[in-house]
Design a protein around this ligand. Structure first.
Ligand code: NAP
Length: 289
């Protein structure tokens, strides 16, 4: 890391807890590589202290910050402006300072799409299956829609939660495009899917021997279905190992983490950022969680 001076711009991540975040590692590696006069630090902010923290950031001239659990939704009323994507998803992951005050967007959405955009697919013919309906699933659903997928099928284990997830897309451009299903319907849908996304924590360290779907389901996939696990610890997850054995093309969550971070740093620094350096910094730690 370069020398911290009187001119050094302050960036950081707010969350609670935040000790496990690897965002400081990833961002400071890029800042150092670029020789930019910034530093990125973790800020543990309890839910009750969020408003005080945001106005304090304004007072001390923080340039921008990442937002993680549990603040991604509750930060919204504290901002002056949010992008259309953040509005649609209902969550903000990156905040920066503008002439009008704090502006927020959702870079998870862009991070999710980044590795898919590299693939030569006609997304208008691809039907995605999304496992889970939490915060990350919202970014995944919006990402699939932005890619051009004609319908998006979301699976969960709670009828009530699925119903309110569906309801949340009413009166948005995704109304009628998002469809929800109980897990019993997965077998019937699997042969139609071109993309299967795990947006649940199942398979994540330390319980690494669990699968988000029965292994049998993977045998119903078409060849070359893309299987994308948002989980990035371990690498690969058991889900991706089994998917690959069944002929899938696999993508792990590390790339989403790197790409969402790169989009955020690009916003704060208003310049291109070294994505490879950010990825290597995460891999070097050997513990991307
Ligand atoms: P969340 O808001 O807590 O949502 C979790 C979802 O998973 C819910 O739908 C939940 O359903 C479901 N779920 C949890 N345990 C389950 C189980 N044992 N079986 C079936 N479904 C289960 O969490 P999130 O923020 O969306 O994160 C989900 C995962 O994505 C986490 O592993 C997180 O680390 C990862 N993630 C990765 C990135 C990245 O950059 N790669 C970014 C964001 C998140 P119920 O409500 O029924 O429990």
């Amino acid at each position: 890391m370069g020398m911290i001076r009187g001119t050094t711009g302050l960036l950081g991540v707010i969350g609670y807890p935040v000790e496990h975040s690897l965002s400081p590692v990833m961002h400071n590696a890029a800042i150092s590589y670029l020789g930019a006069d910034y530093v990125y630090v973790p800020f543990p902010v309890k839910p009750d202290d969020l408003a005080a923290a945001v106005s304090g950031f304004r007072a001390i001239g923080v340039k921008g910050f990442s937002v993680t659990i549990p603040h991604k939704q509750t930060i919204i009323p504290l901002l002056n402006e949010i992008t259309g994507e953040a509005q649609l998803i209902g969550a903000v992951s990156t905040v920066w300072r503008t002439d009008r005050g704090w502006k927020g967007t959702n870079t998870d959405f862009q991070g999710f799409m980044a590795p898919l955009k590299e693939m030569d697919r006609d997304w208008r013919n691809i039907i995605p299956i999304v496992l889970g309906h939490g915060g990350a699933a919202r970014a995944v659903v919006a990402g699939c829609h932005a890619l051009g997928c004609p319908e998006i099928h979301v699976f969960g284990r709670s009828g009530n939660k699925l119903a309110s997830f569906l309801q949340s897309w009413c009166e948005t451009p995704l109304q009628g495009i998002v469809k929800v299903h109980a897990r019993e319907e997965l077998q019937g849908m699997m042969p139609q899917a071109g993309l299967v996304v795990n947006a649940t924590p199942v398979g994540m360290h330390p319980i690494i021997d669990e699968l988000p779907v029965a292994e049998e389901m993977l045998r119903h996939m078409k060849p070359e279905t893309i299987v994308y696990d948002l989980v990035y610890n371990p690498r690969p997850t058991l889900f991706l190992q089994k998917a690959q054995e069944n002929g899938a093309i696999t993508v792990d969550g590390l790339e989403m983490l790197v790409q969402q971070g790169a989009k955020a740093l690009e916003i704060w620094l208003s310049r291109a950022v070294p994505v490879d350096i950010m990825r290597e910094a995460l891999i070097r730690t050997g513990r991307p969680e």
